[in-house]
Design a protein around this ligand. Structure first.
Ligand SMILES: [Fe+2]
Ligand SMILES: [Fe+2]
Ligand SMILES: [Fe+2]
Ligand SMILES: [Fe+2]
Length: 478
């Protein structure tokens, strides 16, 4: 049921400050948590950080003492909310495990928003970013295996595939190419405004996380990979913020922020499977309804405008986490070869001119090799294959070819080949592959895993060498 947040009563501001014990609650157990509960926690942490950053920016641009006092009061609440949510993550979840979860958030959130986005141009921008975060998951998964010896499905729980998409080495653009055309504030659907702001908050959090933790591994490959991908996340922030109408006033933006927070907490409350976490979403929705009322009153007082003119009256449901496998696969197969060209437009790799501005930029940053290719090659050397996990075995088999076919006309010299056989193989006493060719994704995995499985992992499906070969043959013949 859709909610009109302007008809609901929130929790009074004087009851929104909590004790340190109430702020820093016990974390979830990483062995038990539902993958999408973890996704909601990561996203809402990003949303609260955006609320804080925005409020600081607004305060610095304002000379109205009453307004500044109000912002400072609400900002303190947003700060406590952020602490509570981020402190739900446990200390034993490694940086790389959390990184896998960050990319799962990016993929499933972006895919859901793209599927529900009413504006075709905005949807196209989401699809474009989607394939880049999808490829990041694949690159980080190589590193998770190399450094921690872990399978990404310990985090993803089989809800998100791990496949190469648009290659990360091609995500690096001449900075101005990321600037897209913005929506018009009076004509845009409120859902588009909320979608863009939600995704922007998520991407900004990802950028800041990688910028902060990318130095925490001793491995030079890991340190470089975080540097490389944090830079792509900076491009994502630039891309998504450029979609916002710059003529929105600060107060209008404030109303939109509080509305967006309401929409996200409302979605979390409606979809949460963990009863303890659900209570947190409910409490914070109560806080945000009051924030929205206060921001709306300020808009009325200072600009004589009704908040509903900015937001509409119905909360959309942006933070819906569900498997978008079919959608992602379709975007993957159809658009991996798209690239950004001037004027906020997209073109196919084959249509790019020799003086496409990103070629020059990529030649500079890639002159000494590309970290996102190095980790694939290292994993191939270590295991005889790169790490891919998909519900559809044919997608896994085609992954190497797709990775190479999606490159632009000027790939870096150290690009990993499609298959291990194209590298210089060394003597092995075991056949190359993951656990003797056991498939590690069960396509019929119960979505309530791991609770339903109660500790029993899904039975791995054995793929026989004969079947794999005949499929490869069929592909070649086609
Ligand atoms: Fe908040
Ligand atoms: Fe990413
Ligand atoms: Fe991203
Ligand atoms: Fe708020």
């Amino acid at each position: 049921m859709a909610m009109n947040p302007f008809e609901e009563r929130g929790i009074p501001l004087e009851r929104q400050i909590r004790t340190w014990k109430q702020v820093a609650l016990p974390p979830y157990r990483k062995q038990d948590v539902d993958a999408f509960t973890r996704c909601r926690i990561i996203l809402m942490n990003g949303i609260e950080n955006e609320a804080s950053v925005f409020s600081h920016g607004f305060a610095r641009a304002s000379d109205d003492p009453d307004l500044k006092a109000q912002l400072a009061t609400l900002r303190r609440v947003e700060h406590q909310q952020q602490n509570t949510i981020n402190w739900l993550n446990p200390a034993d979840q490694s940086v790389l495990e959390t990184t896998i979860a960050f990319e799962q958030v990016a993929i499933e959130l972006t895919a859901y928003l793209a599927r529900t986005e009413p504006d075709e141009y905005v949807k196209q921008a989401f699809d474009f970013g989607l394939l880049e975060d999808f490829d990041h998951l694949y690159r980080y998964s190589q590193l998770l295996d190399l450094i921690h010896g872990k399978d990404p499905n310990e985090i993803l729980q089989g809800r998100t595939d791990v496949l190469p998409a648009r290659p990360t080495q091609d995500h690096h653009n001449a900075p101005f190419l990321r600037l897209l055309s913005h929506y018009e504030k009076t004509r845009a659907h409120p859902r588009s405004k909320v979608n863009v702001l939600t995704l922007l908050a998520g991407e900004q959090q990802t950028m800041n996380f990688y910028k902060t933790v990318g130095n925490l591994y001793g491995s030079p490959e890991a340190r470089r990979l975080y540097a490389e991908i944090s830079t792509v996340e900076e491009e994502h922030v630039t891309q998504y913020e450029s979609l916002i109408d710059p003529t929105e006033t600060w107060v209008e933006k404030w109303v939109l922020h509080e509305f967006m927070e309401c929409a996200n907490y409302y979605t979390c409350l409606e979809t949460e499977v963990d009863p303890r976490i659900k209570q947190i979403w409910e409490l914070f929705l109560g806080y945000e309804l009051e924030h929205l009322r206060i921001a709306g009153d300020t808009l009325r007082r200072l600009q004589g405008k009704e908040p509903q003119e900015v937001t509409g009256e119905e909360l959309p449901t942006p933070a819906t986490f569900e498997t978008n496998r079919e959608y992602v696969t379709q975007v993957l197969t159809e658009t991996s070869d798209l690239r950004l060209v001037p004027g906020g437009k997209l073109a196919r790799v084959a249509e790019l001119d020799a003086d496409w501005p990103s070629y020059a930029y990529q030649r500079m940053v890639h002159a000494e090799g590309v970290p996102s290719e190095a980790v694939v090659k290292l994993r191939m050397e270590a295991a005889g294959v790169d790490l891919v996990r998909a519900a559809d075995p044919e997608m896994e088999e085609a992954a190497g070819e797709h990775r190479i076919a999606s490159l632009d006309a000027d790939p870096s010299r150290d690009t990993a080949p499609a298959t291990y056989e194209e590298m210089t193989p060394f003597e092995r006493n075991v056949p190359p592959g993951d656990e003797g060719d056991v498939r590690l994704v069960n396509p019929v995995l119960d979505p309530t895993w791991p609770r339903a499985a109660a500790g029993a992992p899904p039975k791995p499906q054995r793929r026989t060498a004969g079947k794999a070969k005949s499929r490869a043959k069929k592909r070649k013949g086609a």
